[in-house]
Design a protein around this ligand. Sequence first.
Ligand SMILES: *[C@@H]1O[C@H](CO)[C@@H](O)[C@H](O)[C@H]1NC(C)=O
Ligand SMILES: *[C@@H]1O[C@H](CO)[C@@H](O)[C@H](O)[C@H]1NC(C)=O
Length: 399
Amino acid sequence: MPTRTTQIAFPATAVVALVLLLLPLIILADDLQIPNDKTQLTAWFGRTIKNYKLRRATLDPELVKAEDNLKIIKVSKSGGGDFKTVTDAVNSVPEGNAGRVIIWIGGGVYEEKIKIDRTKPFVTFYGSPDHMPMLSFDGTAAKYGTVDSASLIVESHYFMMVNIIVINSSPKPDGKRKGAQAVALRISGDKAAFYNSKLIGFQDTLCDDRNRHFFKKCYIEGTVDFIFGSGKSIFLSTEVHAMGDGAMPTVITAHARNLESEDTGYSFVHCTISGTGSTTFLGRAWMDRPKVVFSHTYMSSVVNPLGWSNNLHPDRDSMVFFGEYNCLGPGANMSRRAKFTKKLDFNGAKPYISLNYIRASSWLLPPPNLSAHLLIFRVDFHDQESGCQQCPQFPIVCM
Ligand SMILES: *[C@@H]1O[C@H](CO)[C@@H](O)[C@H](O)[C@H]1NC(C)=O
Ligand SMILES: *[C@@H]1O[C@H](CO)[C@@H](O)[C@H](O)[C@H]1NC(C)=O
């Protein structure tokens, strides 16, 4: 390349000033890279995914506008809130909603089948970490069809969930009853974040249906295909719990990618695979081209030494993308892995261990800091579910 000796006509100080001016507004690609060292995760996340007020310039404009128009409504089973059911609270959100609505849900079990329609974006479900509310229903595929069997269905964009348990309470499929699959949560909307939440079921627990999602410090439990669909998601520091009983093999993921053009995939980073039994597959080729990667993940001995299944379709061996990078634990032993497994090096894994995988810089927000609303909660929530009188600190409410 020929070099030019021409002086840059722009004073260097101005360049530096401009760079400094822009620095707080943008997240650099390198910052989005998830650290290899687990002990750095919390500090890195706090540094990278800051409050929306510090990221106005690069977040989706409609998201910034919504966060500027925050509203909090409260659900309490025992009264004292704005509503007694989550359904009533969701119904109160108007169609075409343009402001963030935080639905604070008090402790207890809510036996409701809840759906957030696509016309209601910017909804947050928020529970207390010590009295996590349980949203529970017993829909099955036989009654509703698989994807509509979910106890909680979210079709809207910009959904967030913090400290919530979602359960499908229908009985474990016995292999005889038809349509016994039962989804706990279906997330279909784009740009959804889940923090410190639990998803409980057997077959098909989480329908990660389509669009981009982020799960952090969650717990997902099931038997077969318990994370399935066509989503593009990152699961960070999440426990995946496979409940094998020795009879039937269990399968964690059934990613439904068919065409090369589909920009979808599931990436698990710094996760833990726990459970019972020893025949759990990390994923199966339900469709032609599933894309699933596990990085820095501890795999207990529940994982089948083969790791992955082509679903008895050897023709899919050349089409699947089943990758592993730097995993550990007895289940991560690669010596007997299915031959189509991709043993990724850092460069191969790099796109999957970055929040850029889900284009997080334009939409991913941390759980909201509700401390400014402490007074409201202190008044309304003392002596409710937990009987506590003093709520010293939000979000540590009535612990
Ligand atoms: C992996 O498994 C093979 C046999 O399946 C065994 O010989 C080897 O010691 C194992 N490696 C580790 C690190 O446990
Ligand atoms: C939440 O906001 C309050 C001020 O309203 C602040 O004192 C506190 O440090 C914040 N907490 C976090 C975790 O950012």
